[in-house]
Structure formats: structure tokens, C-alpha cells
Design a protein around this ligand. Structure first.
Ligand SMILES: NC(=O)c1ccc[n+]([C@@H]2O[C@H](COP(=O)([O-])OP(=O)(O)OC[C@H]3O[C@@H](n4cnc5c(N)ncnc54)[C@H](OP(=O)(O)O)[C@@H]3O)[C@@H](O)[C@H]2O)c1
Length: 299
């Protein structure tokens, strides 16, 4: 693709009726490290990626206080690179699970722990109010009512503008919506992994809720598959661009948040906003999605 990259081509979505965001955003999880166990990324390069993201029009960054490696935190990188923030920049963050300094996961979902996590995000990002906070459900949690009520109270206090939920089922989304408005759902979803998105995506689209797929590129490196390669070749694009263009094409409710600490990959991902897939491409990718779903159901 030769188009000079800009997110405008992805179109936009109004989160919660008052927060406009481009449908091509950015995920900050991989800025401090390549994986939870490392290796570390170069903080200067990560800050440069964030600045370039804003230059390319990105107005929606997804982060969390627990995205850190040793003493480098994604939230801090965002503040160092971008503060004072552009007026239109929406920073979404998460609470729910936590990590000890040694990286061990825990589930601090009590009201006091959630409050501390909200204040921690406020402090690290250097803001008075968080634009969007997701309650991220841990696999062991069935009901999310109590923690979501705690977040709804902090929204009433003015610490949070909008609420979202992550890693949830339809029943858990309904639980949350009975307590306070939910403006976005963040579940794992890609053309190669539709298990946690298919029904939810249709539901979100019908109800004006943003659907924010995590691991849009598979999480750990772009998967190789003949169908992805064929579509990419037809457009002179990359497999990553095809995966992102598919997400944007599959529903107007999708907000993409591909993550990278590479300036070249950032440009490549943003350029995917201009890639328009045709009926032949979409049919081939729908077959790939079905094939992947069948494999995961058979597991
Ligand atoms: N709610 C949740 O539970 C949850 C869980 C996971 C993630 N998330 C959010 O979702 C966002 C996206 O997920 P993710 O960043 O983990 O995974 P991802 O976007 O699916 O993939 C990121 C990986 O793909 C590589 N990559 C990115 N663009 C590429 C390109 N054009 N060509 C080749 N490789 C490329 C990156 O490496 P390079 O750095 O080398 O480009 C990185 O290793 C996260 O940043 C985070 O904000 C949320």
C-alpha cells in the first residue's frame, strides 16, 4: 500500500454519545515489553511510537496500570510522551486484575482495591478524570455486579467519564448494564479467534456499544495462513493490514487497538485504515473465521 497513513480513513464512532474516536486506535500493552516475561522495549522508541501515533491521527489509546515491565509502565510512557494531552485524545484504561512488582498476577477486585487502581491510573496518567475505565474480569469471576457497582460509584463521583467491561459474557454485560451505562466491551477477537466476539459483536452493534477487540493481530506476532496471504497479495498489503481491515469491515461497532512498539509497524497498521476489502476477500476471510471457530470448538 502506498497511501500515506492516517486514521481518518477508518471512520469514527461516538463512545457513550459524547466521545468521538477514530475506529483505528492504539494498544499500549506492548510498549514496556514484548511479553510479560520480557524482553523490555526501548522506552525512548516507545515514546516515539506514541508521538507518531498522535501525528497519524490516533485519538484512542488503550492502556492499564498493570502494563509494566520492571520499572517501566505504559501509563508513564504515555504521560511522558504526550502530556499535555491533545484535547481529542481518549485514553482508556482498565482495573480488575493486578500484578505484583515481580509480575505475579492477583485479582484485587474489592471496592478499596478498585478505588486504589483508579487513583493509580489518574496519578500515572496525570489527569483528574479517566475517559473510559474497563472492569476487566478474571476467569475465576462469575458475577461482576459488586466490582462494577464500585466503579459506577466512582463514575458518579466524577473520577471516571465512561465505563466499559472486558473479558465478559452476554450475561455479565447485562449485569453491568443494570447498574450503569456501558459504552464499550473489550473481548478477545480476530479473524483467527472469534469465540469471544461473534454474538457479543452483534449485540454491541445493535445497542450502540463500542466493541474493542484485544489481540487483533493474534497477540504474539501476526499469524500466517494461506487465506491471509492471498488477500494480502491481491492488495499489495501485509497480513497484519488484512487482519485489521477485516476487523474494521466486520462491524461499524469495532474500534481497533493494535499494539506495537515498532514505528514501522505503527505506520503499517494505521495504513490498514485505508484498505478496503472486496466481496471476494470478505468471503475468503469469513471462511477462515469459520474454520478457526470450528477448530477451537473441537478442542
Ligand atoms: N482486556 C484485556 O484483557 C486485554 C488483553 C490483552 C491486550 N489488551 C489490549 O489490546 C491491545 C492489543 O493487543 P496486543 O498488543 O497484546 O496484541 P496484538 O495487537 O494482537 O499484537 C501485537 C503484537 O503484534 C506485533 N505487531 C504489531 N503490528 C505488527 C505488524 N504490522 N506486523 C508485524 N507484527 C506486528 C507486535 O510486535 P512489534 O512491537 O514488533 O510490532 C506485538 O508483538 C493491547 O495493546 C492492550 O491495550 C487487552
Amino acid at each position: 500500500m502506498t497511501t500515506s497513513p492516517h486514521v481518518t480513513a477508518s471512520g469514527s464512532l461516538l463512545l457513550g454519545g459524547d466521545l468521538p474516536v477514530s475506529r483505528m486506535g492504539f494498544g499500549a500493552m506492548k510498549l514496556p515489553m514484548r511479553d510479560w516475561q520480557g524482553p523490555a522495549c526501548d522506552p525512548e522508541q516507545s515514546r516515539a511510537v506514541l508521538r507518531r501515533a498522535v501525528e497519524l491521527g490516533i485519538d484512542h489509546i488503550d492502556t492499564a496500570w498493570f502494563y509494566f515491565f520492571r520499572d517501566v509502565f505504559a501509563n508513564t510512557l504515555i504521560r511522558e510522551a504526550l502530556y499535555p494531552y491533545p484535547e481529542n485524545l481518549v485514553i482508556a484504561t482498565k482495573v480488575g486484575p493486578g500484578r505484583e512488582p515481580d509480575g505475579t498476577w492477583m485479582n484485587p477486585a474489592g471496592p478499596a482495591e478498585l478505588r486504589e487502581a483508579v487513583h493509580r491510573n489518574l496519578r500515572e496518567l496525570g489527569v483528574d478524570r479517566l475517559d473510559l475505565v474497563y472492569l476487566r474480569r478474571m476467569p475465576s469471576q462469575s458475577s461482576i455486579s459488586a466490582p462494577f457497582e464500585a466503579l459506577a460509584a466512582m463514575r458518579e463521583e466524577g473520577l471516571i467519564r465512561h465505563l466499559g467491561v472486558s473479558n465478559v459474557s452476554a450475561a455479565q454485560l447485562a449485569e453491568a448494564e443494570a447498574i450503569a451505562p456501558v459504552v464499550a466491551v473489550q473481548n478477545k477477537f480476530s479473524v483467527l479467534d472469534t469465540e469471544h466476539g461473534d454474538g457479543m459483536l452483534a449485540d454491541c452493534e445493535a445497542r450502540g456499544i463500542g466493541f474493542v477487540p484485544f489481540f487483533p493481530l493474534g497477540g504474539t506476532g501476526v499469524p500466517d495462513h494461506p487465506a491471509l496471504r492471498r488477500v494480502a497479495e491481491r492488495h499489495g498489503a501485509t497480513r497484519a493490514q488484512v487482519m485489521l481491515a477485516w476487523l474494521l469491515a466486520v462491524s461499524p461497532a469495532v474500534l481497533a487497538i493494535p499494539g506495537t512498539s515498532s514505528p514501522a509497524h505503527l505506520d503499517e497498521n494505521v495504513a490498514a485504515a485505508s484498505l478496503r476489502l472486496g466481496p471476494e476477500d470478505l468471503a475468503e476471510l469469513a471462511a477462515l473465521a469459520q474454520e478457526s471457530a470450528a477448530i477451537s470448538q473441537g478442542r
